[in-house]
Design a protein around this ligand. Structure first.
Ligand code: AMP
Length: 178
């Protein structure tokens, strides 16, 4: 069984995105995987963690002290780790995970996606980096990156390091295959 770190939105978003996070949380839990997340209990982060626990799963939340109020610290987490800095949060989330799945999100999510993706591409870890994108939320970004490849800014190896999944089962399969 694996620990899967999930990056997703912390802001108010449409119901279908909350449902996607909940579906992923439940599916990870049902398959026996631990969910590692940013330790908030709002928006998609909250939907993910609540649903994983409702399905009998284990959740690990890692949150900076300064964000405990703003992101509504997930006090129901099986393990809630409070860090002093954002960098420590990210390092612990990375260390605790065997694989990463990114869902739709804002700049925080994008930053986390790019950091784990880049580190993987540079050989600093060999964990799967998965983008779960059933709604083609990321199509403009992926289109732009493909364009950058044509211009020489991004290599095929870099693009290939990101595994794009269209469904929850596909994302879990990608994230747990090593
Ligand atoms: P967002 O995608 O902007 O809704 O943010 C999603 C999550 O990413 C939230 O838990 C934020 O606290 C977190 N986040 C925001 N900025 C950063 C950052 N620079 N590094 C890591 N995580 C961040």
């Amino acid at each position: 069984m694996s620990a899967i770190c999930v990056y997703c939105a912390s802001g108010p978003v449409e119901q279908r995105f909350l449902d996607l996070a909940a579906d992923l949380g439940a599916a990870l839990a049902t398959a026996g995987h631990t969910v590692v997340s940013g330790g908030g209990n709002i928006s998609m982060m909250g939907a993910l963690a609540e649903s994983a626990r409702a399905a009998g799963g284990t959740t690990v939340g890692i949150i900076p002290r300064a964000l405990m109020e703003r992101e509504v610290a997930d006090l129901g987490a099986d393990e809630l780790v409070v860090t002093e800095t954002m960098r420590e949060r990210k390092r612990l989330m990375d260390d605790r995970a065997d694989g990463f799945i990114t869902l739709p999100g804002g700049i925080g999510t994008l930053e986390e996606l790019f950091e784990t993706w880049t580190a993987g591409y540079l050989g600093m870890h060999d964990k799967p980096v998965v983008l779960l994108d059933p709604f083609e939320f990321y199509a403009p970004l992926l289109g732009w990156l493909s364009d950058l490849r044509g211009q020489g800014f991004v290599s095929r190896n870099a693009l290939d390091r990101l595994l794009v999944a269209e469904s929850v089962p596909m994302a879990i399969r990608f994230a747990t295959a090593r």
